[in-house]
Design a protein around this ligand. Sequence first.
Ligand code: KIV
Ligand code: ZN
Length: 516
Amino acid sequence: MAEKIQIFDTTLRDGEQSPGVALTANDKIEIAKQLERLGVDIIEAGFPLTSPGDLEAVAAVAANVRGPVIAALAHAHPEAVDAARDALKDAARSRIHVFLSTSDIHLMHQLRKNKEDVLEMAVANVARAKSYCEDVEFSPMDATRSDREYVYTMIKECIAAGATTVNIPDTVGYTVPEEFGAFIRAIFENVSNIHKAVVSVHCHNDLGMAVANSLAAIQAGARTIEVCVNGIGERAGNASLEEVAMAIRTRSDFFKFETNIVPSEIYRTSRLVANLTGMSVQQNKAIVGGNAFRHQSGIHQDGILKMRETYEIMDAHDIGWPTGGAEIVLGKTSGRHGFKARLEALGYDLSDEELSRAFLAFKELADKKQVVDDRDLEALVADKMRTTEEVYHLESVQVTCGDRSSPTATVRLVAPDGSVQADAALGTGPVDAIYKAINRIVQVPNSLTEFSVNSVTEGIDAQGEVTIRIEREGRSYVGRGADTDIIVASAKAYMNALNRLLSVQRRADSEVRTSP
Ligand code: KIV
Ligand code: ZN
């Protein structure tokens, strides 16, 4: 049997460091549950010291997701290690991940400390983490730009202090596959107690080599790869989970390894992460991009029709891609049973109540759209099952606009006390008018920083999926909405973003009230 490579997913921590991404505790739980279905071995849920909200979110993931190991990040400082311990107290299996820089440039210009003091800090905090938790990871940050001998010493001392995993980060995406592979090999040759720890790697994508570097590292002895779904993460992102997993699987003849990743869950995980982070997947992205299994050239299409393998090295269905509508479609005459069966085939396991809600929405959609395919169902389920707490509910929206009149919107919202509140506003366009009318009721100033519309399927009756981002007090909130009417989708997206903002604000208010 092929040897296992462990997949350590850091979408909820490094992925959340992607500019503009802010996940709520509910978002993190939803993504973590999907990562569990996907089969990841370790989930890094956050960096608890950074905010009480993140500590709470890591604690919520630890309490709700029992399969994978739940890791919390801490820099080498007692307060950070203690926050990680607190956040993980309800985890079934926990890991504290301690990091500290080792490169001269970081020591000199950021930490402003000498090598001896930094070594002491790392060892002391790994030992502290070990006193709380058996499973401790240590990362010498910026390892690939560090003095090799210093990295060896640091790793050796941290293993002696209790680290069970040593992770070698290419923090700034500087290394190249051959060099990185040689570095990992050298670690095995120069660190006498390395056999007491698992070697992990964490590669950034600044030069577009994060996946290639990670794969070179497993050839050299690393046995864990740190990744993010859709390759999101700080700056140009981290190694992409789906690319790493599918490379190991598709080229098992070459790599001779396997992972616990369930390929059929990949597509859905990608969509969920794109939805909740607001980071759309580029069309030509490997494995999960819109064009990944599309064939344009006549010669390619001819080959595919004769035998799929002529131009495809993977089967889209294995990765969980919806059928694209060609094979199975639903319509207004479809019943609840067929609807449920199709959702189950797509991997959705809804409760009776969720199914009833989704079925009503499906019937409304089927009235407007002749053919409802898998992509429509996916957008519909995402729209109806959003887990954001609804502080305000959009009851209705009406707009008049055209080239002879000022765009005017009337909206009705159900307020937290159950009352229905209505208001109207003029705007420069219909969406502006809606957002102004909503603002008159909700009264939470914010600025709209992104607005995009995508068509879920082809055709004039396609559903539009609107993604927006709003900002308030330096924090950004993503909202999504889908509807056959893009004006209604825009209103839904705005309500979704506002509800996120309001629930984060409510939580912050209750933290202030309950703190000593
Ligand atoms: O990129 C990096 O070095 C990190 C560490 C915290 C592992 O994210
Ligand atoms: Zn990183």
